[in-house]
Design a protein around this ligand. Sequence first.
Ligand code: HEC
Length: 226
Amino acid sequence: MGITAHKLKGSKRRLTSLALTTLCLSLFLTVLGLIASGFSQKRETRQLSTRRPAIPKTWDDDAMSSLLLPLADARVSQKLISSSYYYRIPVRPVYKSYEVYRPDHEPRGYMDQLKRKAPQVIFDASKLNSEADWTKAGEMVFDAPIEFIGDGTLYSEIRGMNWFVKNEVPVTNEGVMPFMRWVVREKGKVELGILSCAQCHTRVMRLCENWEAQCREYAKIVVAAP
Ligand code: HEC
């Protein structure tokens, strides 16, 4: 029975993987492209700095159509958006975001402090000069949530211990859950920011001094999860 369940899981996972890779690729291209299109708008008014990296055109119609694979089902057809449409999409601002703590580690008065914060846009291409600046900005983009939740089940459940326990959500030693962030886009309103690249591409690593005693036990819990 264990094996069947495992196999089923495997094939489902492959399908999900494929969907996720596609999702990732489009998310990545969108985020990158939106930022790149911000540069091209500025380029008209400003001379390119010599230290500015060469940013390739993200959405090239020919290159994009060359990525398409033959479809398994001939009844469906796919059509990509055009490059001109792509470069008309408004630039997404990247707001400063704050750590999400598991309730037992959250500093006292933390949420009230966040409510008093003013929104702050942290990505500003005009301030990036060195390669190190660009690398740091890339990390910032990777960590930037693209969807914001201000109410609903997840928003309220994440403020309680039960959500972390029932979902076996890993946190760092400081009690930080690194997959989502609190974001202030409007003063007085603290939203839960989700779907950053980091949400899926971050792993909490356990460094165990005694593998046998500590990590085996942990691995067992993970494998046994439905
Ligand atoms: C909803 C979860 C999710 C989000 C959000 C996400 N990814 Fe992914 N990503 C995945 C998964 C899962 C895979 C692996 C898919 C596979 O191997 O079939 C993957 C694969 C990738 C790969 C390919 C890695 C390789 O070894 O081939 C890259 C690159 C990547 N993601 C970058 C990004 C970037 C950049 C972002 C943000 C713009 C992003 N992803 C957002 C889940 C996500």
